[in-house]
Design a protein around this ligand. Structure first.
Ligand code: P6P
Length: 337
């Protein structure tokens, strides 16, 4: 019996077949993202070999030094999606404003929001980094897409996913029909289905948080962390292992496969936390819910939050449903929220 080899292209077509009215535009958009991922993956693995390492000498909208790989990933995502006629508008973590698509190539009905390279400070130390993306249908009626098209709630996502550039390159995505993982075979240049229908394990192994900031946490977050570590005498539990890489996509991916929680809470010095709502928290919240997990800002489901601005920050607790709900309980009980 020969196991069938399913490429991401074939998987996308098979998913499209379930929608008789599908025109193929959405499937082609997902191909475009997969192709952009292959191009970024190629450069990422070469980053140590060409002068692309080191700072690009520019400051991005986040006020952070832009690594050349940041720029390359951003340019690649924009170039691969600007001339296809499938998008009405884009938004990127690296761009202050929305990114219009050139009208002469046709204005499409989809919206793409993305963080082209999250965790890029890890490039120079060869820790896994990632691309995060979300796809919506445009809400505006015609003409160029608008800012409102990019500020939609996660409930309205039609697809979301991420690419992790690590010991291997994987693309994980969902169109609302479960979560599926594909591993890039660099020799062939194809993403092959390696993790069909990913479900978060019942039992959690890890918790991911930067404990260097513990002094800035609220009482509720501190107590939640002690509970995770098995130090809550009123509610003892088996301690989880701490795993924090400084790369959201890498930590999220590990917890998705092995069970656990990642959190970047509000802090005294960062009342909205650090992570971005539109192109980090919302797409990953869509993925985790499709895999049986849950994502919250400490009080509400991330997917039910209406974004107000493109680069809005949000506290994020994401992973195993039981653990995220427990975080909400501690915050409610001790922080009066
Ligand atoms: P800190 C990377 O900059 C990032 O956005 C996430 O990928 C990562 O989890 C977090 O920030 C790391 O931030 O403050 O712990 O160094």
């Amino acid at each position: 019996m020969h196991d069938q080899i399913i490429t991401i292209e074939r998987h996308i077509v098979e998913q499209e077949r379930r929608y008789p009215q599908a025109t193929g535009v959405f499937s082609n958009l997902l191909y475009d993202i997969a192709l952009a991922a292959k191009i970024i993956a190629y450069e990422t693995t070469r980053a140590g070999l060409v002068e692309i390492l080191g700072l690009a000498g520019r400051i991005n909208v986040q006020g952070e030094q832009q690594m050349k790989l940041d720029l390359f990933a951003n340019e690649t995502m924009i170039r691969m999606n600007s001339y296809t006629g499938r998008l009405a508008v884009m938004a990127s973590e690296e761009e202050e404003d929305i990114i219009p698509v050139p009208e002469e190539y046709g204005i499409g009905k989809y919206v793409l929001v993305f963080d082209p390279l999250d965790g890029s400070s890890n490039v120079d130390v060869n820790v896994s980094i990632g691309t995060i993306f979300g796809v919506y249908r445009r809400k505006s009626k015609q003409g160029p897409g608008t800012l409102e098209d990019c500020l939609q709630m996660g409930r309205d996502l039609v697809a979301a996913g991420y690419i992790i550039y690590g010991s291997s390159t994987m693309m994980v995505y969902s169109t609302g029909q479960g979560v599926h993982g594909f591993t890039l075979d660099p020799g062939v240049g194809e993403f092959l289905l390696s993790h069909p229908d990913i479900r978060m394990p019942e039992r959690s192994k890890y918790y991911s948080v930067n404990q260097g900031y513990e002094q800035y946490w609220s009482e509720g977050v501190r107590r939640f962390t002690w509970w995770l570590q098995g130090m809550d005498r009123e509610d003892p539990r088996k301690p989880l292992s701490g795993r924090y890489s400084g790369s959201l996509v890498a930590d999220f991916h590990r917890n998705l496969l092995e069970g656990g929680i990642y959190y970047y809470p509000a802090e005294a010095t960062k009342p909205e936390g650090k992570l971005r709502l539109v192109y980090e928290a919302i797409p990953l919240a869509f993925i985790v819910e499709q895999a049986g997990g849950y994502a919250s800002d400490g009080q509400r489901n991330i997917l039910d939050i209406q974004p107000k601005s493109l680069h809005q920050r949000i506290p994020l607790f994401i992973g195993n449903l039981e653990l995220v709900k427990k975080a909400e309980e501690f915050i409610s009980e001790y922080d009066g929220q």
